[in-house]
Design a protein around this ligand. Sequence first.
Ligand code: MEV
Length: 338
Amino acid sequence: MTTSSAPGKVYLFGEHAVVYGEPAVPCAVERRARVTVEPRDDGRIRVDAADLSLDGFTVTWGGSIDDRPDIDVPAPLVEAAMKYIEAAVRQARDAADAPDAGFDITVESAIPLGAGLGSSAAVVVAGIDAATRALGTELDPEVVARRAYEAEYEVQDGQASRADTFCSAMGGAVRVEGDDTRTIDAPPLPFVVGYDGGAGDTGELVAGVRALREEHAFAADTVETIGDLTREGERLLAEADPAREPSEDLLSELGALMDFNHGLLEALGVSARSLDAMVWAARDAGARGAKLTGAGGGGCTVALDPTDETELALGYTAECEQSFRAELATEGVRVEEA
Ligand code: MEV
């Protein structure tokens, strides 16, 4: 039995714009997906996803998700989760040169699904790591990141950027610009996450921005401006001492860029009433900055606040189902049990 875990992430800057070659800075946060894998001899795949959704589900199939039994969970949710797991299994079989390997797979995740915290990337990263280890092959985190990206690319019909998978595999703060992916230094930023209990449809949201961008030069400019503010944010991070708590000046400057980034995402049509309400609740509580994180449409916001005020205020905000502090996860994918 082999268990690996991988963290979720928040976007400090740059979601959506990253799809068009602009830089983005996602940061891994200490909310993990854990995937446990036990090889089986009959080539079948059995998935037990105890808390991947509120209900959880168990699915057994041999070769194709089409022959799975009926189960008591919304079909699109199972469909989506199974596609990611199936793609991760394909990558693990290929990496370990074991095309017929079967697995019992248990997925436990503390990362809300489809809510902008990189849940699918974390499951795919941890799944590839655990399954290859279970087959006696140990991959470098960079290789896990590349294979996880290929898995996501396949499931998301080529719309995925490398940001989520690279960040989850490597941990810490990262910078992604097209195919160029690297880890960068960042001080321990005081992230506070607000979650509205919902989720956006990443494919639809990405397609919406693409259409706007193709139709209007000002929408294309908006995407470019997100790239500009991301570069500005990177400069601020590069000047900071990663070993020290961030200064008030740094938090205010990063926060102002986050506020700007949220406004531009709103203009591109990917925010939601609930996300705007959480962003404003955070700002009113004294957060240094706040924005939606991930594809948008619903899901999560991220704020910078070293005090407890934002978390407290979000707790009293009708649109917020859950709020929590999210520490920067310095470690990416890791084996928990071999
Ligand atoms: C989704 O988490 C982030 C997007 O930028 C899409 C991607 O980067 O693959 C919207």
